[in-house]
Design a protein. Structure first.
Ligand SMILES: NC(=O)c1ccc[n+]([C@@H]2O[C@H](COP(=O)([O-])OP(=O)(O)OC[C@H]3O[C@@H](n4cnc5c(N)ncnc54)[C@H](OP(=O)(O)O)[C@@H]3O)[C@@H](O)[C@H]2O)c1
Length: 257
């Protein structure tokens, strides 16, 4: 019988020490999962793991480094497998397109897209199940944290929007390719969410007013509101949901005028 929890699941959350990733890791832990959090700052990783002693493990690594991604894959094997992969770590450099140096937009792509793609590939053999994910089976789940910027222009910079659009399509393609291995793949697209990443934007009163004016619910999201949707997608309760992009946006994408 499928339950509204994540008991018995092992999950990797990249960027799990701050913002949306931290909220996802904490939601998973409170639903009974074991979680491996990855972030670059070792002290933050240590702080997180000691706050969730016994249930959380951590690793300081840069997911935009191929060498570190290999280390993560080795660590997962030693850990005894993987049921849920959350590609959350992301970044942005906001500029007009002509102002970017080539290495700047490549950096955005490297973390927001290629890191997640490579982790999907490296984790495939750990995630895959023997069957095609029948109604009673406990399947595996990949959730990629994209953005509404992958669907419409929100003036967050062209490379960011491109990287998130590619991540949404990557999720659809992998969903179709990996269904026979019992792996569901979805993406979640937040609109503005109160985290350190967007503090500089939300701190500008004029910009904030425009953002709220574009949001039917009239407020930005809390990271926990994004985490709740990710947790549902990670659960066996979502066993027939794959290839979807779910916006957590207070109605923003639905609004025309
Ligand atoms: N906040 C929003 O409004 C919003 C809206 C739409 C989409 N998103 C997406 O949601 C995701 C999370 O955003 P956030 O706002 O929570 O970001 P955040 O507050 O900046 O937190 C990012 C987390 O990722 C880690 N991280 C960054 N670069 C990393 C790397 N190369 N390797 C490993 N870990 C790394 C950071 O820790 P270290 O610095 O220690 O590595 C931190 O734990 C991103 O993909 C972002 O694009 C956010």
């Amino acid at each position: 019988m499928k339950k509204w929890n994540l008991a018995g699941k092992k999950a990797l959350v990249t960027g799990g020490t701050k913002g949306i990733g931290r909220a996802i890791a904490e939601e998973f832990l409170s639903l009974g999962a074991e979680v491996l959090v990855v972030a670059r700052n070792a002290a933050d990783v240590e702080e997180f793991v000691s706050a969730w002693k016994g249930q959380a493990v951590g690793m300081a690594a840069d997911v935009s480094s191929a060498e570190d991604r290999m280390k993560i894959a080795l660590r997962l094997k030693e850990w005894g497998g993987l049921d849920v992969l959350v590609n959350n770590a992301g970044t942005n450099i906001r500029k007009k397109m002509w102002e970017y140096a080539g290495e700047e937009y490549r950096k955005v792509f490297e973390l927001n897209l290629f890191a997640g793609l490579d982790l999907c590939r490296l984790c495939f053999h750990l995630l895959k199940r023997g069957s095609g994910g029948g109604a009673g089976d406990s399947g595996a789940s990949v959730v990629n944290i994209a953005s509404v910027a992958g669907s419409v222009d929100v003036q967050s910079g062209t490379p960011y929007g491109m990287s998130k659009a590619a991540m949404i399509q990557m999720s659809r393609n992998l969903a179709a390719e990996w269904a026979e291995y019992g792996i569901r793949v979805n993406s979640v697209s937040p609109w503005y969410t109160d985290t350190p990443l967007v503090e500089p934007v939300l701190g500008q009163p004029e910009r904030l007013e425009r953002i709220l004016g574009r949001t039917p619910m009239g407020r930005v999201a809390r990271a926990e509101e994004v985490a709740a949707v990710v947790a549902f997608l990670a659960m066996d309760k979502a066993s027939y949901v794959t290839g979807q992009d779910i916006a957590v946006d207070g109605g923003m994408l639905a609004k025309g005028l």
